[in-house]
Design a protein around this ligand. Structure first.
Ligand SMILES: [Zn+2]
Length: 79
């Protein structure tokens, strides 16, 4: 039984160190995020699916549920 995913993640800006607590959408990944501190546009690091996985205190809901992320480019044959 999966616990419900945590939807609040504290995003830490790598540029200015500003921490913003954001609510993550469960149906989409947030790929771009503008820092409220310095307005730099954050992008996920290589291998990460969204900014929460790269800069957040909590990873995104699909990762928490271990169901893979919505940016699944490698279409596995599950039909
Ligand atoms: Zn910033």
């Amino acid at each position: 039984m999966h616990p419900p995913p945590i939807l609040q993640s504290a995003l830490t800006c790598p540029q200015c160190g500003f921490v913003a607590t954001e609510t993550m959408p469960t149906d989409a990944c947030l790929y771009f995020y503008e820092c409220t501190g310095c307005h730099v546009l954050l992008r996920p690091k290589a291998g990460d699916c969204c900014v929460f996985c790269s800069y957040g205190s909590i990873k995104c809901p699909p990762i928490q549920q271990a169901s893979g992320c919505c940016v699944d480019i490698t279409t596995s044959s599950t039909s």
